[in-house]
Design a protein around this ligand. Structure first.
Ligand code: 5GP
Length: 138
């Protein structure tokens, strides 16, 4: 499991195209961009992903994500932006240091969104109840 790569990038041990840094956040171009300008925003404090990050880190990171997203949009002339976080291998996570993808999007850039699946009312009700229950216990 790749947990150290981004620590090494923050430390300057692995080169990157850095675009932003503050006390909490670090942002750099993705080495294999979905579209040119695809940027990763990460907290300096390590967590594996979003679910195990502490609340303070998340609260402090969000403004940096917004700042970088605005800059990526302006610099690339993008029509839109996707901000994505892959949590866990099943969701496509390969580097286990919390990171948000800031992906510039263009009309007709050929990328497709995933499709929704139909769910029956009973299943939806049961799942909503389970989620509400889990939230009240947290
Ligand atoms: P994940 O699949 O974990 O959500 O995304 C990991 C991202 O890190 C990928 O988009 C991948 O291209 C990027 N990445 C992996 N290794 C490096 C690297 O050494 N340097 C940079 N700049 N990006 C990397």
């Amino acid at each position: 499991m790749n947990t150290d790569l981004f620590k090494k990038i923050i430390a300057g041990e692995i080169p990157c195209e850095k675009v932003y840094e503050d006390d909490v956040a670090f942002a750099f171009l993705d080495i294999n961009p979905v579209n040119p300008g695809h940027t990763l925003v990460i907290p300096k404090k390590w967590s594996s992903g979003f679910l195990d990050a502490d609340k303070d880190t998340i609260c402090e990171l969000i403004p940096a994500i917004q700042k970088v997203a605005k800059a990526v949009k302006e610099a690339t002339g993008a029509d839109g932006i996707n901000i994505i976080q892959n949590e866990g291998e099943a969701a496509g996570q390969k580097v286990f240091h919390l990171h948000f993808h800031v992906i510039p999007r263009f009309v007709d850039d050929g990328l497709e969104h995933w499709y929704g699946k139909a769910v029956d009312d009973e299943t939806a009700k049961t799942l909503a109840e389970k989620i509400r229950h889990s939230i009240t216990r947290s």
